[in-house]
Design a protein around this ligand. Structure first.
Ligand SMILES: Nc1ncnc2c1ncn2[C@@H]1O[C@H](COP(=O)(O)OP(=O)(O)OP(=O)(O)O)[C@@H](O)[C@H]1O
Ligand SMILES: [Mg+2]
Ligand SMILES: [Zn+2]
Length: 399
């Protein structure tokens, strides 16, 4: 059997398998139950969060024979059965009731005319033909206009699902004729759970912290998380014993700057130890980490300090337990004001580094400067307010 990437192999086949988009799936299932299905939908949201997947399941459900014939099943289950002829055609990719159209590469008026021509013909089997138009924001204005008429008076069998990562680029004339669904970024926890399911099904042993790291890197996109997992599995098979996936292995593959290095920075600041800080800077430079990435991580690290200082808890810190514990321990090393001053300074440095040449040198200096900033805050010598002092009003004399 040929190898299939995880994102495709584990593409959800039912509404209930779609993670974290219940606000969308529930509404669609309700409309199926009530027999109130619209003709135009916009699915918007980040890459890899389930837009195409949801559109395909919707199309499958609309044509499922069991859902059409069995009112109890429709009311109680409201999922494509996966067994009738239509569902099997969908699953094997041979159904003629779904057409996927990539607007990024077919965006001319002629392409839309051809599509419109196609839309006039009803389905040979089943009830509805569903047109998924991906990356719809890439259509030209003329192409959108060519579409408008079809959308205003669609044939009863036609349903359009426009998918886009850039909702704001869709003209109001189109979006106001559609039902809009905004897909959410998938929470880290849900990504982690899904990756764990995949690993279990593939009989792969994995450390929970390793999956968390992958999830963090994916920043809310399930597809990205699954692609990274593919890569990690291949990497671990080569490098680790028995192909188990370890935190260390993932950190290495992703060239991930680990939390310890971040704590080295805050430790050096707390201990007022410039030698230690220079070691960290050298470590970053020698290992070929990107300085901007490093500073970004450092801002996130400091953000975690602020969260813990303000909440006295780590519930909003997405890190392994041992690391959370460390934030709790270290939070008292600085005042919130000192942390905020460091954040401000780093954000400023990030901007400046973009335009600098002596890059590594500046980076080292910036890290060293953090020690001074915190020292100045604690000794009360840092001018906190940056608002200029009020000017004395000049009064006109009247004589
Ligand atoms: N909400 C989700 N629940 C479970 N798996 C998901 C979810 N979203 C995405 N996936 C996984 O990611 C893969 C890609 O998802 P999908 O094609 O639906 O993304 P998309 O939102 O259409 O992305 P793009 O904007 O790049 O087209 C799916 O095959 C599935 O394995
Ligand atoms: Mg898609
Ligand atoms: Zn079916």
């Amino acid at each position: 059997m040929s190898y299939q990437v995880i994102a495709r192999k584990y593409r959800p086949a039912k509404f209930s398998d779609i993670t974290a988009q219940e606000h969308v799936t529930r509404t669609i299932q309700n409309s199926l139950r009530m027999g109130r299905v619209g003709h135009g939908y916009i699915f918007s949201g980040l890459r890899g969060v389930g837009k195409t997947t949801a559109a395909r399941i919707f199309a499958k459900a609309l044509n499922c024979q069991k859902l059409m014939d069995d009112p109890d099943y429709l009311q109680q289950v409201t999922e494509p059965c996966g067994e009738c002829e239509s569902c099997r055609d969908f699953d094997s990719g041979t159904s003629l009731n779904i057409s996927e159209f990539d607007a990024a590469s077919n965006n001319s008026v002629d392409d839309i005319r051809a599509l419109r021509e196609n839309v006039r013909y009803g389905p040979q089997k089943g009830k509805y033909r569903v047109y998924i138009i991906d990356e719809v924001h890439m259509l030209s204005i003329a192409a959108f206009n060519a579409f408008l008429k079809t959308l205003e008076e669609p044939p009863p069998h036609a349903i359009f699902i426009f998918a886009t990562t850039e909702l704001h680029k869709i003209p109001a004339t189109i979006s106001s004729r559609c039902q809009r669904f905004n897909f959410k970024r998938i929470p880290l926890e849900d990504i982690q759970k899904q990756l764990q399911l995949v690993c279990d099904a593939e009989h792969i042993t994995v450390e929970g912290d390793a999956l968390q790291l992958i999830g963090r890197k994916a920043q809310g996109s399930m597809r990205d998380a699954q692609s990274i997992l593919d890569q990690v599995i291949a990497f671990s098979a080569e490098n680790d014993h028995e192909g188990a996936i370890s935190y260390q292995g993932v950190a290495e593959l992703l060239n991930y700057i680990d939390d310890d290095t971040m704590f080295d920075v805050t430790d050096a600041v707390a201990a007022q130890n410039p030698a230690k800080m220079l070691d960290v800077a050298q470590f970053v430079i020698k290992n070929g980490y990107d300085e901007q990435d490093f500073l970004e991580k450092l801002v996130e690290h400091l953000r975690n300090f602020l969260v813990v200082q303000n909440l006295s808890s780590t519930r909003l810190v997405e890190r392994p337990d041992a690391v959370r514990e460390r934030y709790l321990q270290d939070a008292g090393n600085f005042t919130p004001l000192a942390v905020m001053q460091m954040v401000d300074f780093i954000l400023q440095t990030q901007k400046e580094l973009k335009f600098q040449f002596e890059y590594q040198f500046r980076f080292e200096l910036a890290l060293l400067k953090l020690i001074d900033i915190v020292h100045a805050v604690s000794s009360g010598t840092l001018p906190v307010a940056t608002v200029p002092p009020p000017q004395k009003k000049k009064f006109l004399t009247t004589n």
